[in-house]
Design a protein around this ligand. Structure first.
Ligand code: HSE
Length: 417
């Protein structure tokens, strides 16, 4: 395929924009010109001459010599505006904006075929881990049972620092912000939104369902206390924020984001700091584990570069699982065993525990371990924000094994971590 010379219009010059710039400058084999960089803040000191910058998005969007738009700003609404304008005018786009992709997933997929352009977003989920293209290309005909992992670097950094060094939550969050891992609004990280957006994007490629983020239950780590860390340590666990998507039967999937206990014999146990990790379980490939840096300018920039390079040889997502249409339903009727740390008995009653295997009531805190339905958690999602509780998925297998589809298999644990 003949390669058009890449002339890039870049939106945003924050942590990821600068990371991409460094990565591009040090990449010997690949040549692409960044023609213009559009930024918002006129007063900010920049590390390269101001002649590289513009404050007017139309300087890029209306420049017909620019054939690739790279969008790396953190305002999802403005990003959507920029990306769709670029696509409508026939420009290919690379973005790292998970909130934007997740919120407009279906529309963005449709626009790609309507305007015959490509939108690539490998950096939006798992940063340096090439999970989206692997799902598209490697798992295109695989029977994928489940995918789970760590998809947010900030929360993993906080949990690591709390567990390993006893750092208070607020201090660990501050460090994650200083290192450039956190979102401009860190509640997106700590409340689990960011991990959920990434999970929704992954779900589109793993199963061909473009879920509305609103459909998916998410819970973060912002109410974690030292008692939860202490409990985990006593049992030999670490707590990680783990998004999960998996099949409940042949044509149905479920998904959620919840903190989870991870024992030391599991892959995710040693995925620390800003690293992310993804575990896939499939009929033929069996279990696979991907790990790499999940946040930070250079790690994310490397994934953006990989998309820029893929774009230069005409790569586009085919949404193969969507084309196949095997999975058509989404359910939240799914049982989970959770640890609930709480103070007020009334709060515990809200959860409707079905089986209780452990109960503790001490001077400083109480906890219960039992089975709840995901639908129930979902119905409590607004209330949960104001409750003095912390929920952790224990990872114990509750539901019947996923369909085996005639393939010989050892007992499968949807919750192996
Ligand atoms: N705030 C995100 C994280 C950045 O911590 O994972 C990478 O998407």
């Amino acid at each position: 395929m003949t390669q058009e010379k890449l002339r890039i219009g870049l939106f945003g010059y924050g942590c990821v924009g600068q990371g991409l710039h460094d990565v591009l400058n040090s990449s010997k084999g690949f040549k692409a010109d960044i023609v213009k960089i559009c930024v918002k803040d006129r007063t900010k000191m920049r590390r390269i001459p101001m002649t590289n910058f513009t404050f007017d998005k139309n300087d890029i969007l209306n420049d017909s010599s620019i054939n690739l738009v790279v969008e790396l700003i953190d305002d999802a609404d403005e990003a959507f505006n920029i990306v769709t304008t670029a696509m409508r005018s026939g420009k290919n786009v690379v973005t790292a904006n998970k909130m934007m992709v997740a919120k407009h997933f279906k529309e963005l997929v449709e626009m790609q075929s309507k305007y015959k352009v490509s939108l690539l977003y490998e950096a939006s989920a798992g940063a340096s881990i090439p999970i989206i293209r692997n799902l598209e290309e490697y798992y295109d005909n695989e029977l994928l049972y489940s995918l789970r992992g760590i998809l947010n670097g900030t929360t993993n950094y906080i949990l690591t620092k709390m567990h390993n060094e006893g750092l208070p939550y607020a201090e660990a969050l501050k460090e994650a912000q200083e290192k450039g891992f956190a979102e401009s609004d860190p509640t997106l990280d700590v409340e689990g939104w960011d991990a959920k957006y990434k999970l929704c994007i992954i779900t589109g490629h793993a199963y061909g369902l473009f879920l509305e983020p609103e459909q998916v239950f998410h819970y973060g780590i912002n109410t974690i206390s030292k008692f939860d860390i202490q409990y985990a340590k006593e049992k030999g666990f670490k707590i990680k924020l783990v998004p999960f998507v998996g099949k409940t039967n042949e044509n149905t999937i479920t998904s959620f984001v919840l903190p989870r206990f991870i024992s030391s014999d599991k892959y995710l146990y040693n995925v620390d700091n800003e690293y992310n990790g993804v575990i896939t379980e499939a009929a033929f490939a069996d279990k696979q584990f991907f790990s790499g840096k999940g946040a930070g300018g250079h790690a994310t920039g490397s994934a953006v570069l990989s998309d820029i390079s893929a774009n230069s040889y005409g790569y586009r997502y085919e949404y193969k699982k969507f084309q196949q249409g095997t999975v058509s339903k989404y359910t939240r009727d799914f049982k989970l065993e959770v640890y609930l740390r709480y103070n007020d008995e009334k709060d515990k009653e809200l959860f409707g525990f079905e089986e209780v295997s452990e109960y503790f009531s001490g001077r400083f805190y109480k906890y219960v371990i039992g089975v709840v339905n995901l639908e129930r958690l979902y119905s409590l999602r607004e209330q949960l924000r104001n409750l003095d509780v912390f929920i952790v998925n224990t990872g114990r297998k509750i539901n019947p094994p996923t369909l085996q589809m005639g393939v010989e298999h050892k007992e499968r644990d949807q919750n192996l971590g």
